[in-house]
Design a protein around this ligand. Structure first.
Ligand code: UDP
Ligand code: MG
Length: 335
């Protein structure tokens, strides 16, 4: 590679590939990940950069990233968030700092093998705007797979692009798609779906998937649920339409039931024990009402978050070619 003959700290050439990796307490994985990434990307013989975004880790992650940057100052950059802002915010920050023509995202836990990157890039070079990895043989528990199944269904409907695996973060994007993503300032978003909104040609290729060997998944069941509700309400009004339709259906059933009770009273006389039936029905209504209210609340909450316009993330420090990335609020500009 050309970098071997370059003087220490000389500006690296414009990278062709930028790899963006969110990191949250991954001290056990980073060294191996860095080593495998540098090997794979060097073999591709194209200028590249690797951008790690430390999402407020409390372990030695930042220390290890600093070491990696010292070992490969031309190729490894790192951003550190002030605290934990979430995986997708970390990718947003990485995208704003990235300079490559082709952007690749990857998890830090080695579940996505870095050795698959050349295949993703080759597919982009065939003329696709976005190339998603599809975990053919996914090594996760049922509790991880089932919500993913639901998300895939909803996202395929909403974005009009049917993909098998929206959740796989091993993906590649053409620069223009990432430029469009960088112009979106919504406070919470889901990058694979957002990318599809800006891509004309989307491909999906099977990629390997390993079990997480070190460290734990950063998503508890509650955090996962929160994320999924966020995705669904963030990308469509479908849930609220469903509740509206349900309300209408139930109201009609209520009218039919009223008519039935009225006729019954005329034909058979007044019904006394029916009181408990009414209770049952009342509870159904009450439950649905509360549910609908919560759903409306979710949308109102989203609007409130957007209106406040707080920065999406705050960066504490940066190592490597500084692109001057700062916390992004809606309407803010990165350049
Ligand atoms: N991650 C992050 N911030 C978070 C949670 C996760 O940056 O708040 C990173 C994490 O370090 C990993 C990736 O996002 O690189 C995916 O997380 P994880 O492997 O825990 O998710 P799973 O594979 O269980 O879906
Ligand atoms: Mg993982």
């Amino acid at each position: 590679m050309a970098n071997q003959v370059m003087p220490f700290n000389a500006p690296s050439p414009e990278p062709y590939i930028s790899v963006v990796i969110p990191v949250f307490n991954e001290e056990d994985n980073l060294e191996e990940l860095g080593r495998r990434l540098v090997l794979t990307l060097t073999a591709m013989e194209r200028p590249f950069e690797i951008i790690f975004v430390d999402d407020g880790s409390a372990d030695r992650s930042w220390e290890i990233l600093t070491q990696l940057h010292r070992q490969h100052p031309q190729h490894i950059r790192a951003l550190q968030f002030h605290r934990n802002f979430g995986q997708h915010q970390a990718i947003f920050a990485g995208f704003q700092a990235a300079r490559g023509r082709v952007m690749v995202t990857l998890d830090a836990d080695l579940q996505n093998p870095p050795e698959e990157i050349p295949r993703l890039v080759a597919k982009i070079e065939e003329g696709y705007d976005t190339v998603g990895g599809w975990r053919e043989n996914r090594q996760d528990s049922f509790f991880r797979k089932f919500p993913s199944f639901l998300i895939n269904q909803v996202m395929s409907r909403v974005t009009g692009v049917k993909l098998r695996d929206y959740g796989c973060m091993l993906r590649a994007y053409r620069r223009e798609v990432v430029d469009s993503i960088n112009q979106c300032h919504e406070t919470s978003s889901f990058i694979p779906a957002l990318a599809n909104l800006f891509s004309r040609k989307v491909a999906e290729i099977p990629v390997g998937h390993a079990e997480r060997e070190r460290g734990q998944s950063k998503y508890s069941l509650i955090k996962l649920l929160r994320l999924n509700v966020d995705f669904m309400t963030g990308f469509s009004n479908f849930p609220i339409h469903m509740v509206g339709l349900m309300g209408l259906g139930i109201a009609l059933l209520g009218v039919a039931f009223g008519a039935f009770l009225f006729l019954r009273r005329l034909l058979l006389g007044p019904e006394v024990e029916g009181v408990f039936t009414l209770f049952a029905i009342l509870f159904v209504f009450l439950g649905l009402n509360t549910f609908a209210l919560a759903l409306v609340g979710e949308y109102v909450g989203r609007i409130y978050r957007e209106v406040r316009g707080r920065p999406r993330f705050v960066i504490r420090q940066e190592l490597g070619a500084g692109a001057g990335i700062r916390g992004q609020g809606p309407g803010g500009s990165s350049q």
